[in-house]
Design a protein around this ligand. Structure first.
Ligand SMILES: C[S@@+](CC[C@H](N)C(=O)[O-])C[C@H]1O[C@@H](n2cnc3c(N)ncnc32)[C@H](O)[C@@H]1O
Length: 200
């Protein structure tokens, strides 16, 4: 079992933004998510991006006219970066705090990107339960998971489709759970694209 050697708390993550120690940051919206967002017609969808970091995905959606977009992160620095690039993004949609303690519910869509791999692997079952709780009936969890072993002591923590599938099957019906074909180059061949429907 992978075990973090550091406490993955607010201070840990905030410090990584403050010291520009964020190798995961693409500096732009990730191509698979952009392609997915471009298929969405309903601008009224209530969308959550947990562990959003610098949140290029939230910025893209907001600028496209999706006004019910929420960005959740432990790190105030990351939320501030979004607000700086996107001053009209509502302060009330910047959810500073622990995803596992989130009270805002009723999302149509939750977006995953390098958040699952950032949490302690011991919390993965809790992650699935919390995603289920935050989504409306008929809601979907969509995004990317690493299909790679990665690290065992510090994030990112990896895994495989075979490992993830039974975990999500308890609460979600997979609509897509497949190798991602349009990953950003350094992640090519190492990501799964998932689209999972909340089970009721
Ligand atoms: C690896 S980064 C990914 C950021 C962003 N998704 C991206 O792709 O650039 C993980 C993010 O999750 C946040 N995070 C980790 N655990 C969290 C938690 N329990 N609640 C809220 N945010 C958390 C960190 O602050 C960090 O911004």
């Amino acid at each position: 079992m992978q075990q973090p050697k550091v406490s993955l708390d607010k201070n840990y993550w905030d410090k990584r933004y403050k010291t520009s120690d964020f190798g995961w940051d693409l500096g732009e919206i990730s191509p698979p998510l952009k392609a997915y967002f471009d298929t969405l017609q309903n601008k009224n969808l209530k969308i959550l991006i947990p562990g959003a970091g610098n949140a290029y995905e939230a910025e893209y959606l907001f600028n496209k006219g999706f006004k019910q977009v929420y960005s959740c992160d432990f790190a105030r620095s990351a939320l501030n970066n979004l607000k700086q690039r996107c001053p009209d993004f509502p302060e009330s949609h910047l959810l500073e705090g622990d995803f596992f303690e989130l009270q805002e519910k009723g999302f149509d869509l939750i977006i995953e990107q390098t958040f699952f791999c950032a949490i302690n692997p011991a919390l993965r079952k809790k992650y699935v339960e919390k995603m289920h709780e935050l989504l409306k009936d008929g809601g979907r969890l969509v995004g990317l998971l690493f299909d790679d072993v990665l690290n065992s002591d510090v994030p990112p923590f990896g895994g495989s489709a075979a490992e993830y599938k039974p975990l999500f099957d308890t609460r979600f019906a997979p609509l897509r759970f497949e190798p991602c074909t349009n990953s950003v180059q350094p992640r090519a061949g190492r990501e799964l694209f998932i689209e999972m429907l909340k089970k009721t």
